[in-house]
Each structure stands twice: as structure tokens, then as C-alpha cells.
Design a protein around this ligand. Structure first.
Ligand code: RNT
Ligand code: ZN
Length: 417
């Protein structure tokens, strides 16, 4: 798109927003500071780089067979950089333990060390990217249905050791990047059929977590992620929402809200303010559940918009971390990163452009019609012109122009795999 046209449209939008008391330049500055944590697993359908990588287990599934998935560390790095080059702003990369640089060597999960992520740390530094991290309980012979809540001490200790070591890896990343690395603990533990031991498994999970978190670190932050159910684990989830809210609130740990991990009509946006009153920060996994936790690519929809608005309405830009978590193997994977990231940013921008002071005045004065009318009008204010300006400023393709870039990369790179 022509630069002048974008600038012209931006000037008009700026004036229009000024009329409702909103400074678009300030909104752009705030958006610039928001780093998304890009999930590395969209590039390769959650396979990772363990030399003997088997099938994906743990109740999650990447469906689709689109050609060109990243098959090794170099391809994944190349894909992530390509995606990042089409997303305005500076973003983080969220790694899972199974994405370590293991070479041909088999390093079992209870043997992982910071050295297996040294090349990632160097790569991230060279590319001015910060890292986040995840322990990996799935896709392993010892995964079964229960990991950290397994009654068999040998298996439970194996996963405790794994998760402890992952925290040490996260700490090393945090030290190297001089910024805390956020480490997410999500375990798939649950039961396909009825269980008569709900309490027992939760006691075990609680004890495992206490052991894992016993070491205090300064350069990493822990977060814990709940779920409703996994595939093949439909009847019971040990790490339910209630479990982790209780755990997080009592231990001062961040809770991760994955937008696909709740009952379909539950509002995830509504949970932010409650959590922030009891836990220091919040981690988000922004996804798009379609009827279930399907991990579709994030788009601009009411749920994502409301989620972003809650962050700004709670004045919590510095307390809510935005990670993405979807894995769609049915479309171009780099395109999936770009669409989902840009959609999330567009929702954040609309949230930053909300005339919250006026809306709150209306609300305080009991002016319900006025509040509703302004909320509705905001939906059709020219935020898209502000978005285009954001892309222009960040030197990334404006509007649909990135489609051609993704196609070119597909032609030249991913289609040849
Ligand atoms: C699974 C959780 C979890 C995973 C990643 C791969 O339901 O959402 O966050 O998607 O850790
Ligand atoms: Zn998640």
C-alpha cells in the first residue's frame, strides 16, 4: 500500500479518535511495547527434536497434513524468523523442553540441562529475541495418563526431576537474556473413565509441585496451566481450573489461562480481574477453540477482543503476559503464526483505543444507554488506519500484503521439504 495513503488515513483517524479523547500516538507506543510469546510448536505440529520422537500424546492433537513442517532445529529457526519478520513489533519465542538442541544424542527428560539450550540462547541473543519455556510431560514412554500425579513413585519422581531441571533451564535463559524467562507447567494428567481417586491424584500433584517449586529462582517465573479435559482423558483432569487457582493463590504463582481450556460459554476475559487480585501476574495462551480445545489459529473475535480489553481496563499491561497457543497443521504454518499474532495485536490495539474514561463516567452516572452506544460506536471507529500505521512504522507488510510473502517463502523454502 502507498505510504502516503497510509499516513493520510492515519491523520484522519488520529483526529477522529482525538474527538473522543484518545491519543492514537500513545496507543501505538503502548502496542509497540507488547511482546507476544510465540509458541515454537506451530512450526512443526508439536513434534520437537528428540532423536526418537514418537507420536503426540497427552490428550492433544495437531490435525492436518499441510506440507512443509519444520523437521529440524534449523528449519524451525528459519520459519520462526520468517514469521517474526511479518509481525510488527518485537516478540518472544516460547520453547518446549522437547525442542532442545540434542543432536543425535538421546537425552532423557530427567537428564535435560541448560547446555541443551545453549544454542537457543545464543540464537535468541543474535536475533534479539527473548525466550520463554515449558516442561514437556507428553509424548514420552513414561507419559501414560498420569505424570506428576502418578502413584508410582518411580514415574512421579521422574517427572518431578524433569520439571525441576526445566526450571534450571528457564533460569539460565533468564540470566542470559537479563529478563525473566516465563516457564509454564502444563501436565496432561487425567482419566478417560470414571475415577474414584480425585482427591488422591490432586494431593500427589500438589506435593509434586511443592517439591518442584522448592528452589527459588530470580530470573525465571513459574506459571501453571489448567484444562477441562484432554482427548482420551475426558472424565477427569487432575490439574483443573479450581486446582490451579487454589494452588496459584496460595503459593503466589501465576496461573495460565488458555482460552481453549474452559467450558465453551465461559468468559476467559472475566477471569483476569479476579486472578489479579490474588496472584501476582497472569499468563495467557491465546487460541481459538472451535467447539472444544481445537487449537485453531487465533482471529479477531469477540472473545479475543474482550480478553484484550480486560487487560487494558484492569490497567494490567505489565502484569498480563500474552502467549499464543494453537497448532494448525492444515494450513501454511508460517501463515498461521502471522495471522494469529496480527489478530491478537489488532485486538490489543482496539483495546488501547477504547475511551475508557468516558465509558466509566457514563457507568458511574448510571447512563446505561450512553455506555452501550459508545461501546458500539467504538467498533466502527477507524482503528484499521492506526493498525496500518503500526505496520508501516515497523516496516512489515501492511494489510493483506503479507500473503504474498508467505506464498513466496512457501515456494522457495517450505514446499521443498
Ligand atoms: C495443552 C496446553 C499446553 C500445550 C502446549 C504444547 O492443552 O494448552 O499449553 O498446548 O504446552
Ligand atoms: Zn496452552
Amino acid at each position: 500500500m502507498k505510504t502516503e495513503l497510509i499516513q493520510k488515513a492515519y491523520e484522519v483517524a488520529k483526529e477522529r479518535y482525538a474527538a473522543i479523547g484518545i491519543d492514537t500516538d500513545a496507543a501505538l507506543e503502548k502496542l509497540q511495547k507488547i511482546s507476544l510469546s510465540l509458541h515454537c510448536w506451530q512450526a512443526d505440529d508439536v513434534v520437537g527434536f528428540e532423536p526418537k520422537a514418537g507420536s503426540l500424546t497427552g490428550g492433544i492433537q495437531a490435525t492436518g497434513n499441510y506440507p512443509g513442517r519444520a523437521r529440524n532445529i534449523d528449519e524451525l529457526r528459519q520459519d520462526v524468523l520468517k514469521a517474526a519478520s511479518l509481525i510488527p513489533g518485537k516478540h518472544r519465542l516460547n520453547l518446549h523442553e522437547i525442542y532442545g538442541d540434542f543432536g543425535d544424542k538421546f537425552v532423557d527428560r530427567n537428564e535435560v540441562e541448560p547446555c541443551h539450550f545453549q544454542s537457543w540462547i545464543d540464537w535468541a541473543k543474535a536475533n534479539d529475541m527473548k525466550l520463554d519455556f515449558n516442561s514437556t510431560s507428553f509424548s514420552h514412554p513414561k507419559s501414560g495418563d498420569l505424570s506428576l500425579s502418578n502413584p508410582n513413585p518411580e514415574i512421579r519422581n521422574f517427572w518431578i526431576e524433569h520439571t525441576k531441571r526445566c526450571r534450571a533451564v528457564a533460569e539460565a535463559m533468564g540470566v542470559a537474556q537479563n529478563d525473566p524467562c516465563i516457564m509454564n507447567v502444563w501436565v496432561h494428567d487425567g482419566s478417560k473413565d470414571l475415577t474414584v481417586n480425585r482427591m488422591y491424584y490432586r494431593e500427589l500433584l500438589k506435593d509434586s509441585l511443592d517439591q518442584i517449586f522448592a528452589t527459588e529462582y530470580k530470573n525465571m517465573k513459574d506459571c501453571i496451566e489448567s484444562k477441562v479435559f484432554g482427548i482420551g482423558l475426558e472424565s477427569y483432569t487432575v490439574g483443573s481450573n479450581d486446582f490451579y487457582i487454589g494452588y496459584g493463590a496460595s503459593r503466589g504463582k501465576m496461573v495460565t489461562l488458555d482460552t481453549g481450556h474452559f467450558h465453551p460459554t465461559e468468559s476467559i476475559a472475566d477471569k483476569i480481574s479476579s486472578l489479579l487480585l490474588y496472584t501476582p501476574e497472569v499468563m495467557l495462551h491465546v487460541s481459538r477453540p472451535v467447539r472444544w480445545d481445537s487449537d485453531h489459529v487465533t482471529i479477531i473475535n469477540d472473545e479475543t477482543l474482550e480478553l484484550c480489553k480486560e487487560i487494558t481496563r484492569c490497567d494490567a499491561l505489565d502484569k498480563v503476559h500474552i502467549g499464543l497457543d494453537y497448532f494448525d497443521a492444515s494450513i501454511n504454518r508460517i501463515g498461521a503464526y502471522v495471522v494469529g499474532s496480527r489478530a491478537t495485536q489488532k485486538c490489543m490495539l482496539q483495546a488501547l483505543l477504547e475511551p475508557i474514561a468516558t465509558l466509566r463516567e457514563y457507568e458511574a452516572a448510571g447512563k446505561g444507554f450512553e455506555r452501550l452506544a459508545l461501546l458500539e460506536e467504538c467498533k466502527s471507529l477507524p482503528w484499521t488506519a492506526v493498525w496500518d500505521m503500526f505496520c508501516l512504522k515497523n516496516d512489515v507488510p501492511v494489510g493483506e500484503e503479507f500473503i504474498a510473502d508467505v506464498q513466496k517463502y512457501e515456494q522457495e523454502v517450505t514446499s521443498k521439504r
